[in-house]
Design a protein around this ligand. Structure first.
Ligand code: G1P
Length: 275
């Protein structure tokens, strides 16, 4: 019987050096788009997909992420006493009552694959979602991960969210080559982490959204250090593809690369520059 996707992993242990000095004491995932932190957008997207267990893979200096999703008892009492009910609802809705979260420390920044592996004791033998909050995706309706969960339910295959990028930018992404499309998805034939444009198999880039079967954990365990000396999720996915079909899915919605200043600025200003 197929298993429901009820858990999402958020790898948020990275140092966020691209946003220094803002991120010296504040996690990059807590940088707000006006009044809402990136991390909250990511969790809301998971909740919209029916996910009820959030697994945060954190590191030192990331305590404010945990605090943001914790119940603010004193603040709630104060707002209630002052009859500020709209504001009260805003802070109560940050983490709906039926949703719980678990924090796991990634002791060393050994790469995205390693971060995902840290979630293994909580995920167990279930398919699960991975959401990178740096990639803010808005589609104005159900959300990117919901679209991917629906495709998983239909195919029982791992699904990677992909998007065409400027060919000169392949070195910033996992890049895939696919077989024939059915609607918006296609089986992946090849996946490479951050290839230079001259050797990239296409310009179809993996963005920060994944649905993975639990078989990925044994693959990560056997993955050595890859690009940048890190344990890459991309390399483990390449290994998984030897045993299982993995799909590329061109989701509906607009992605903002909020891991870069330009992407963050674009989302802030509501303008999309084509580089
Ligand atoms: C990670 C992945 C990469 C993926 C990207 C999406 O890279 O390793 O395959 O394309 O996220 O944002 P990072 O941006 O963490 O270097």
């Amino acid at each position: 019987m197929s298993k429901k996707i009820s858990k999402a992993v958020f790898p948020v242990a990275g140092l966020g050096t691209r946003f220094l000095p803002a991120t010296k004491a504040i996690p990059k995932e807590m940088l707000p788009i006006v009044d809402k932190p990136l991390m909250q957008y990511a969790v809301e997207e998971a909740v919209a997909a029916g996910i009820d267990t959030m697994v945060f893979i954190t590191g030192r200096t990331k305590n404010s992420i945990t605090e943001h999703f914790d119940k603010a008892y004193e603040m709630e009492k104060e707002l209630e006493a002052r009859n500020k009910l709209e504001t009260l609802k805003i802070i109560r809705d940050i983490m709906p009552a039926h949703v719980s979260y678990v924090c796991i420390r990634q002791p060393e920044a050994l790469g995205l694959g390693h971060a995902v592996y840290c979630a293994r004791p909580v995920i167990g033998d279930e398919p699960f979602a991975v959401i990178l909050p740096d990639d803010l995706i808005e589609d104005g309706s159900r959300g990117c991960i919901k679209q991917m969960v629906e495709l998983y339910e239909q195919t029982q295959s791992s699904v990677l969210g992909v998007e065409r990028v400027n060919p000169q930018d392949t070195g910033s992404y996992g890049i895939v080559k696919t077989g024939e499309y059915t609607g918006k998805y296609a089986p992946i034939d090849l996946i490479v982490e951050k290839p230079k444009p001259e050797v990239a198999p296409s310009n179809l880039a993996v963005v920060g959204r994944y649905i993975l079967t639990p078989a990925i954990f044994d693959k990560i365990k056997n993955t050595g250090r890859g690009a940048g000396g890190e344990i890459q999720l991309t390399d483990a996915i390449a290994d998984l593809m030897k045993d299982e079909q993995v799909l590329a899915f061109e989701f509906e919605g607009k992605r903002y690369d909020c891991g870069s200043k330009l992407g963050f600025f674009n989302r802030h200003s509501g303008i999309w520059f084509i580089a």
